[in-house]
Design a protein around this ligand. Structure first.
Ligand SMILES: [Zn+2]
Length: 221
């Protein structure tokens, strides 16, 4: 196996992705992007997790001008919501085309032969730029930009639900307890927000012990 440039946030999906790619024998270059509202806890988690991978290289880039829809001006939001009334306010418009374009450039610099992202089944609804048909088109477009070497976009988690991701990560020995899912910026996961709730549910459904420390531990069942 050669070298792969993987999008790496420090959440459960990208942590499992990294361990899966490593198990397949890839040499990992992990890309992390600091966007306008990126949770600093997530950033710290990415650093801790990457250091557990041994031979992996973590590259962090500041893209603080990239904002979630939530942080757009009211006029800009209005135009987008007129066109897509149910657009989730946490999306970063055009995120994946930006991320994969940067990853492709890094791949060229580092002689990597593939790109990878931890997109899951849940991402397929509501996030059109995380679907496999979209990524197939993007892969072809990147190939036309610099056809040699041809970069594949690997998405080994794309058919998996969150609970399946936890099961896979656990079986591969990924340190999921170090990953960050909380939307708040506390010392511990809050246990209450949507991110924490989805995390707890995934561990519960996977039948894997959740070693995350939650500040509202009564909800950690
Ligand atoms: Zn939380």
């Amino acid at each position: 196996m050669g070298r792969v440039v993987a999008l790496f946030s420090g959440g459960m999906d990208s942590t499992t992705l990294a361990w899966k790619l490593r198990a397949e024998g890839w040499e990992l270059i992990l890309l992390s992007f600091n966007t306008y509202r990126r949770n600093p806890r997530e950033r710290e988690a990415a650093e801790r997790i990457a250091s557990r991978l041994g031979k992996a290289t973590l590259m962090v880039f500041n893209l603080e001008f990239l904002r979630e829809l939530f942080d757009f001006t009211e006029d800009a939001k209005k135009s987008i919501y007129n066109a897509i009334p149910d657009a989730p306010n946490i999306i970063i418009p055009y995120k994946n085309i930006i991320y994969y374009s940067l990853a492709a450039h890094i791949a060229a610099q580092t002689d990597a032969e593939a790109l990878a992202g931890g997109h899951t089944l849940e991402d397929q609804t509501g996030l059109p730029d995380a679907s496999r048909p979209y990524l197939d088109e993007l892969e072809a477009l990147i190939g036309r930009s610099l056809p040699y070497p041809r970069l594949r976009i690997l998405t080994p988690l794309i058919g998996l639900r969150k609970a399946d991701v936890v099961g896979l990560g656990h079986s591969l020995g990924a340190p999921l307890e170090l990953s960050w899912s909380c939307w708040r910026v506390g010392e511990l996961h809050c246990g209450l927000c949507g991110g924490c709730q989805a995390r707890m549910k995934a561990f519960r459904e996977a039948g894997v012990e959740d070693r995350t420390l939650y500040s509202e531990s009564s909800l950690n069942y």
